[in-house]
Design a protein around this ligand. Structure first.
Ligand SMILES: [Zn+2]
Length: 94
């Protein structure tokens, strides 16, 4: 399998080629940087704290509609879980 480099970094006379890869949290495949997007989920409101202070980033394949849909579903599930934790243990959430 040929290795494909996405980025090049030149220092002096040397050029370093490297690939940035990420693991999709949905299908668990390792993908190049450009094939991965991040679905940002704000859990702050669910925890009752200031908006934007508790973010969850879910990485998914941006060329795969199923991965995207599952990343969104996972984000909603985490918000629901956060609300349940807050209701059950209100004093543990600061
Ligand atoms: Zn994926």
């Amino acid at each position: 399998m040929g290795k494909k480099h996405d980025s090049a970094f030149t220092t002096g006379s040397r050029t370093l080629l490297y690939s940035i890869t990420w693991e999709c949290e949905v299908c668990k495949r390792t993908r190049p940087d450009k094939a991965i997007s991040v679905h940002k989920v704000d859990l702050s409101e669910a925890f009752g704290i200031a908006v934007g202070t508790c973010m969850r980033n879910i990485k998914y394949c941006n060329d795969n509609g199923t991965c995207h849909a599952r990343a969104i579903a996972e984000g909603e599930k985490e918000q629901k879980r956060a609300r349940e934790i807050k209701e059950r243990e209100p004093n543990d959430v600061v």
